[in-house]
Design a protein around this ligand. Structure first.
Ligand code: BGC
Length: 751
């Protein structure tokens, strides 16, 4: 059917009574006679809160938590679904089941609630087309009514309570009222919807030392548990969720204030409960109150439902080392769990915010693993909006709820900070590299430029960025657990190098978009910063090159972002490899350094050191968590200590994708597949085998088609097969051979 001719006109309506934060707005459909049957139907809906639309008592979609989280102050997404015409019978009910979601539920570690407004409300337009072409439009207005649902409590952090005794019971009905809402805020969905993505059965039901009943789903995941149960009416079954066990019991301390608890009250008959108005990050569930005890938990009683934004998967990686495959798996699952409506830092504790720095670091990995053009493109719209309302300041989190607690002692001073604010430039640049969408780059350019202008104003006259608060090389393993910003590499070194990288990327962006004046301005700025960095922080002579603090991150970023001369770069690579060896090839860098250290080593001929770091199993290292049974990437190298106790730090998530940024290196350098030109129009196939790996293969669904690189090493020979999709070109660059250009198709090489 065709799109609505007129812009959506419907009222945003709220129930006259709140009904435990989960009211259902409804009305009956009255079909217009004389036009034949309904041949097509489409529903558009959204909410201040979250909404499940139903026609004739059935949800019109499997999507959940609609409309997701956007910067509601300025932008509210509405979604459109086709509805089966036969569902639209005369007298059938059109309903909007609401929940608190991000709009009115708790947000942040301060348990802010009602951040965006006090009242839940729904908005909908149902358009029917009859056999004779007649159109009928039913919209939300004051004639609707409201009643309670079976949910008596719902909150994203704390969980949901569902009382099945309410189902089918005669429930009170109240009226509705229109609330003040500017329809200009409505925007169509561009981000993939949130929906159930997968179901996982329990691996094990067992008793903890305390006697409590625990269920292990075998995978740290994000979503909820669907429960099928029968028992005496009024019985309450309680599920508490956690990512890990500690001393055999549910490890809930890392959740901080998030209760992550669902309660289900039984009707006395056969009940199915699915808490769709909350979500949890968990692998383990503690079950209390199960009728008949744990032995009565049978097949199909409990099912974990994985929920997330439905980002199309695009890239895979596999190699001969099972631990690396598990590491890659963990990055995939941390992306899946944290790409839920917005890219969040973590999915489990009282936080779950769109931290910009985490994404700035992880974006290249994300853009390989999935087609994130819609998901991140949409998030960037909010980044721009927040920034435009804050004089060019890119907030720490998007959507920015922290602006409502600015000045609180738990909040660092808010200003432009290195890496986090640079998401305004780094993320669009990553999307440009992955998808080659010039229009998208053009859209982001003004916001990116506003960020750099603001940043430039913070620099000293010699281009050094010394003032203001910085997160710096966040979570350096040598920083104390309670002061994650206290890294070995001083913030001024990280920030100045970051400013240089950002200015360079902006110069390239301006060139691409034909903005010669801007390009010249950014280039001059970059030149000034580079000089300042070198003057203050770099010393070199015939014996070597030294970068301020002599810490790995300082060398990694100076090399990777080209702040050094070629001779210094080589010498810095030697020093970086020495430091890696001195640390026993354990990780000695934080968020920033870790994302670039392997590239810096590989680039300077220190591939062996890079592989040693990659394959290290002792803590801190990427594989330490894997050897501890991790199924997602951890926030800290030692979120779980070797003795099986949880890190005492305040922030100890077991599902944080930032350190999963190493997967990008697995794809490009171990696997050997990278864009040589934006959007993979030219693909670089350049595997650099090492570390005793005997084979690896990497595959990516590019916009041109599937590209592949697979290699096997045996008897000192390297056999490589590459696949170039139609419309693209390949450049094959193998150790010891001159690079060659290849056409679409499959090609084999031996090196
Ligand atoms: C988040 C991080 C974030 C950091 C910034 C933490 O609470 O979980 O991932 O980037 O704060 O300081």
């Amino acid at each position: 059917m065709t799109d609505f001719a007129a812009p959506p006109v419907a009222l945003m309506i709220a129930p006259d009574q709140d009904f435990d934060g989960a009211p259902v707005l409804f009305r009956r459909i009255a079909l217009e006679g004389g036009h034949g049957a309904v041949v097509s139907a489409a529903l558009e809906a959204t909410a201040l809160g979250v909404v499940t639309p139903l026609v004739g008592g059935r949800p019109v979609t499997d999507e959940v938590l609609t409309p997701g989280w956007s910067s509601y102050e300025w932008r509210l997404r509405y979604r459109r679904w086709e509805v089966a015409p036969e569902a639209v019978a005369d007298g059938a009910e059109l309903a909007l089941a609401l929940g608190n979601g991000w709009y009115r539920g708790q947000l942040t570690w301060l348990s802010l609630a009602r951040v965006y407004g006090p009242e839940l409300a729904g908005w909908a337009r149902l358009e029917l087309v009859y056999a004779d072409g007649h159109r009928q439009v039913i919209t939300t207005d004051q004639t609707w009514q409201a009643r309670p649902s079976d949910t008596t409590f719902n909150d994203l952090y704390d969980g949901q309570t569902i009382d099945a005794r309410r189902r089918g019971a005669a429930l009170p009905t109240v009226g509705v009222h229109a609330i003040d809402f500017d329809p200009a805020k409505l925007v169509p969905f561009e981000t993939p919807p949130v929906r159930p993505l997968q179901e996982i059965p329990p691996q094990k039901v067992f008793r903890a030392p305390s006697g409590k009943v625990l269920v292990d789903f075998g995978q740290n995941l994000v979503g909820w548990v669907r429960v099928k149960v029968s028992g005496p009416v009024g019985t309450t079954v309680t599920l508490r969720h956690a990512e890990v066990l500690e001393h055999g019991e549910l490890g809930t301390r890392p959740l901080r204030r998030a209760k992550a608890t669902d309660n289900f009250v039984l009707s006395g008959g056969q009940d199915v409960f699915e808490p769709r108005l909350t979500y949890h990050g968990f692998r383990y569930v503690e079950v209390a109150g199960w009728p008949g005890g744990p032995d009565a938990i049978g097949d199909g009683s409990l099912t974990a439902v994985v929920v997330g934004s439905d980002v199309p998967p695009t890239g895979t990686f596999e190699c001969s080392e099972p631990l690396l495959n598990q590491l890659h798996h963990n990055a995939v699952w941390s992306m899946r769990g944290n790409f839920l409506a917005v890219p969040t830092d973590c999915p489990q504790r009282d936080e779950r915010l769109g931290w910009t720095g985490d994404l700035a670091i992880f974006a290249p990995t994300a853009a390989f693993l999935g087609d994130v053009s819609g998901f991140l493109g949409d998030w960037l719209v909010d980044l721009d909006l927040e920034q435009a309302h804050a004089a060019g300041l890119v907030p720490f989190v998007v959507p920015d709820v922290l602006k409502y607690i600015a000045g609180d002692p738990t909040m660092p001073p808010v200003d432009t900070v290195a890496v986090w604010s640079d998401a305004a430039v780094w993320v669009p640049w990553t999307l440009w590299q992955a998808y080659g969408d010039r229009a998208a780059l053009e859209r982001q350019y003004p916001a990116a430029a506003a960020h750099l202008r603001r940043l430039a104003g913070l620099l000293e006259s010699d281009g050094v960025w010394s003032q203001g608060f910085q997160f710096g090389d966040w979570l350096d393993p040598d920083a104390p657990p309670d002061n994650p910003a206290a890294a070995k590499t001083p913030p001024v070194v990280v920030a100045t190098a970051v400013a240089y990288r950002t200015a360079c990327l902006m110069a390239q962006m301006a060139d691409l978009l034909g903005l010669a004046e801007d390009a010249a301005e950014w280039r001059a700025l970059a030149g000034r910063i580079r000089e300042g960095f070198r003057d203050r922080f770099v010393r070199s002579d015939a014996s070597g090159c030294w970068v301020e603090s002599d810490a790995p991150t300082a060398y990694a970023i100076a090399i990777a972002w080209e702040l050094l001369t070629p001779a210094e770069t080589a010498a810095a690579g030697v020093r970086l490899a020495e430091l890696a060896a001195a640390a026993g090839y354990r990780i000695s860098a934080g968020f920033v350094g870790t994302a670039f250290i392997l590239d810096a080593l590989a680039q300077t001929g220190q591939l062996d050191a890079a592989y040693r770091l990659l394959l290290q199993r002792e803590c801190p290292s990427w594989l330490y968590a894997v050897t501890m049974g991790a199924t997602t990437i951890w926030e800290r190298w030692d979120s779980m200590l070797p003795d099986g106790s949880i890190n005492p730090g305040e922030m100890t998530s077991f599902n944080h994708y930032a350190y999963g940024a190493v997967a990008d290196w697995l794809h490009r350098v171990v696997g050997g597949l990278a864009p040589a030109e934006p959007g993979y129009r030219v693909i670089r196939f350049a595997p650099r085998p090492g570390g005793g790996l005997t084979w690896a293969k990497v595959e990516l669904a590019t916009r041109f088609g599937v590209a592949r690189c697979a290699w096997q090493a045996a008897d000192g020979h390297l056999a490589v097969t590459v696949t170039v999709p139609d419309g693209a070109t390949g450049v094959v660059d193998l150790p010891g051979l001159a690079p060659v250009e290849v056409a679409p198709g499959e090609h084999r090489f031996t090196a």
